[in-house]
Design a protein around this ligand. Structure first.
Ligand SMILES: [Zn+2]
Length: 251
């Protein structure tokens, strides 16, 4: 028997079935018995399972389409793609109000809205073109946010550690979170914005410590530990979320 979440409503006349973000949601009038609902779920179980598997894929791997899930500061957000005059990217809680009665039991994900400009929407109707456009808008947004947040955290941590870089870059990387060269310049991957703040801080401290030790020696890790006591947890977070931390091109 599939687990589902039941929302009773006074004004409903019929049974409604929905699979959203990996949950089965049933909306029902008060007079419908749970036994009836269970039988209904049983009958639809093949279809429901197929839907659940599809959505699970979207949670583990963002393909930049509607209802895909993307990490932002450690939180899973659900993509909502729409059209309007001007392109925009913003977070809101619309979904939470829609299924408010559920939020007591499960954290309902917030929405990451990606607005595609109508001027380019003609070209964006093709699914692949649209997904690429969504990815581009999100990249710009993450980069903008990273330039603010990473620089802010870096200034603070630099003040605490008295390790001061010559220059700081925020850019795209294929396989690393940050780097430090022998000229004392640090670079950071803007996709770090997917990680919780304590992980971002760890990556910054890691690179700052390279200003003193340009290697991964015992003394380097000792220094990291001094300024980031939770560095093990941060490394573990990066490991566990590895599969979600890389953005691939929509196919
Ligand atoms: Zn390193």
């Amino acid at each position: 028997m599939l687990k589902y979440q039941l929302i009773r409503s006074k004004c409903r006349k019929t049974l409604g079935l929905q699979v959203k973000y990996g949950y089965v949601i049933v909306r029902a009038p008060y007079y419908v018995t749970t036994k009836f609902i269970d039988t209904f779920i049983e009958e639809k179980s093949v279809w429901l399972l197929k839907k659940l598997v599809e959505q699970r894929k979207k949670i583990d791997f963002c393909d930049f389409t509607q209802d895909s899930s993307l990490l932002y500061l450690g939180e899973h957000l659900m993509l909502n793609i729409c059209l309007a005059k001007k392109s925009n990217v913003f977070i809101d809680n619309n979904l939470a109000t829609e299924v408010d009665s559920l939020s007591l039991y499960t954290p309902v994900p917030r929405q990451l809205n990606v607005v595609i400009s109508e001027r380019v929407s003609l070209r964006s109707t093709e699914p692949l073109v649209r997904a690429k456009r969504v990815k581009k808008l999100l990249e710009n947004h993450f980069k903008q946010q990273a330039e603010k947040l990473i620089v802010e955290r870096l200034e603070m941590l630099s003040g605490q550690t008295l390790l001061i870089p010559k220059k700081v870059n925020v850019r795209q990387y294929s396989a690393r979170w940050g780097s430090c060269n022998n000229r004392g310049e640090l670079s950071f991957n803007y996709l770090l914005m997917m990680a919780p703040i304590f992980v971002i801080d760890y990556v910054i401290i890691h690179e700052l410590c390279h200003l003193k030790h340009l290697n991964h020696s015992k003394s380097f890790w000792q220094l990291v530990k001094e300024y980031s006591p939770e560095y093990q947890a941060a490394k573990e977070w990066l490991n566990t979320h590895q599969s979600q931390l890389h953005w691939q091109n929509p196919r």
